[in-house]
Design a protein around this ligand. Structure first.
Ligand code: FMN
Length: 330
């Protein structure tokens, strides 16, 4: 059975990898992920604010996360290890490369073209095999048009594309008026792939304290369905790599993401809560499913149920809107 896939031009032994998270700030976890069969390591993001020297409350953000999910914190490194400053981040690339044989995908996170762009070059020089760009922002000002917002993403992607030779992926939010158009524009800018999608953390209102508080809920398999729709819709419309990020928790989730059209599947919440060894179980489950369904290769699976091959294209296009509404029975 051939589990290999090509993602961002990298030949990978299988489609599974940890997505960007603090899990891989710790080298023991990285080794455990490799032992469990991960095909690549996506690093925790380095934030533009860190590079540009502004204060970033990364560890505060993580403390809150720990409060919400105390049971998962045993997989984390000590608090002091969280914040990899720009120099430590470069060193971490080299450390992961030395500790494993896996390709390393570094991650830069910023919202504007700025001085931090040069950092892409340093990440490349430090040995990263590819770069993931996360442009986590959305329009909160009503005067910002969709065009302006999209243009910012394209500008960042173009600037980074120019400065490095390694493959570049852009991790997108699902909140674009036309997701497909943005992905198509990124392809025109010679971006090698997109990661669908970023997961936005929503604020919560504390009705006793009368405060708006941040709340970090981890995903569930339900989150996958938004990804499935866009993977399935885009698979045959673009040639660049597609990675699924969000809601992959079980072997069946991995299977679905591949059938919809993902070249690679990134897993975070499931590994944060169950530990790096869970990667091995996911991989085993994928292999068992392939055996039972007589698939000889992952390549055969990718896009087998994309929009083009879907007998009921409405399921992707309008989500069988009307039919679905009729499914409700008392
Ligand atoms: C604690 C935590 C930290 C994260 N840090 C990053 C990050 O630094 N960069 C990034 O692009 N995504 C980050 N993410 C988002 C994940 O990479 C992923 O897109 C998201 O969790 C959805 O995948 P999942 O459903 O498998 O968790 C983080 C997620 C969590 C839960």
């Amino acid at each position: 059975m051939n589990l290999s896939t090509t993602y961002l031009g990298l030949k990978l032994k299988n489609p599974l990898m940890p997505g960007a998270s603090p899990l891989v700030d710790n080298l023991d976890n990285v080794r455990r992920l490799e032992d469990a069969g991960a095909a690549a390591i996506v690093m925790h993001s380095l934030f533009a604010e860190q590079i540009e020297g502004a204060r970033i409350a990364l560890d505060r953000h993580l403390e809150r996360w720990e409060d919400n999910f105390a049971e998962a914190t045993s997989f984390f490194p000590a608090q002091d290890d969280y914040v990899l400053g720009p120099q430590e981040y470069l060193a971490q690339i080299a450390k992961i490369k030395a500790a494993t044989k896996l390709p390393v995908i570094a991650s830069l996170n910023g919202t504007n073209v700025g001085n931090w762009m040069d950092y892409a070059k340093q990440v490349e020089q430090a040995g990263a095999n590819a770069l993931e760009l996360n442009t986590y922002f959305f329009a909160t000002n009503r005067r910002m048009s969709a065009t302006v917002l999209e243009h910012r993403v394209i500008e960042i992607a173009r600037a980074v594309r120019k400065s490095v030779k390694i493959p570049v992926a852009v991790k997108l939010s699902p909140f674009y008026t036309s997701v497909g158009h943005v992905v198509g524009r990124l392809e025109e800018e010679k971006i090698d792939g997109v990661v669908l999608f970023n997961r936005f953390f929503q604020p919560e209102i504390d009705v006793e304290e009368l405060q708006v508080t941040p709340r970090l809920d981890l995903s569930s398999s339900e989150d996958l369905r938004l990804r499935l729709r866009w993977l399935g819709m885009l698979r045959d419309q673009v040639k660049i790599s597609l990675a699924c990020s969000g809601g992959a928790h079980t072997p069946a989730d991995i299977v679905k993401a591949l059938l919809a059209g993902a070249d690679a599947v990134q897993v975070v919440a499931e590994l944060l809560t169950r530990g790096p060894a869970r990667m091995g179980e996911l991989l085993k489950g994928l292999t068992e499913w392939m055996e039972a369904h007589e698939y000889e290769s992952v390549e055969q699976m990718i896009g087998a149920l994309s929009l083009r091959n879907c007998p009921d294209s409405e399921a992707y296009e309008r989500g069988n809107y009307l039919k679905t509404l009729q499914l409700w029975r008392e």
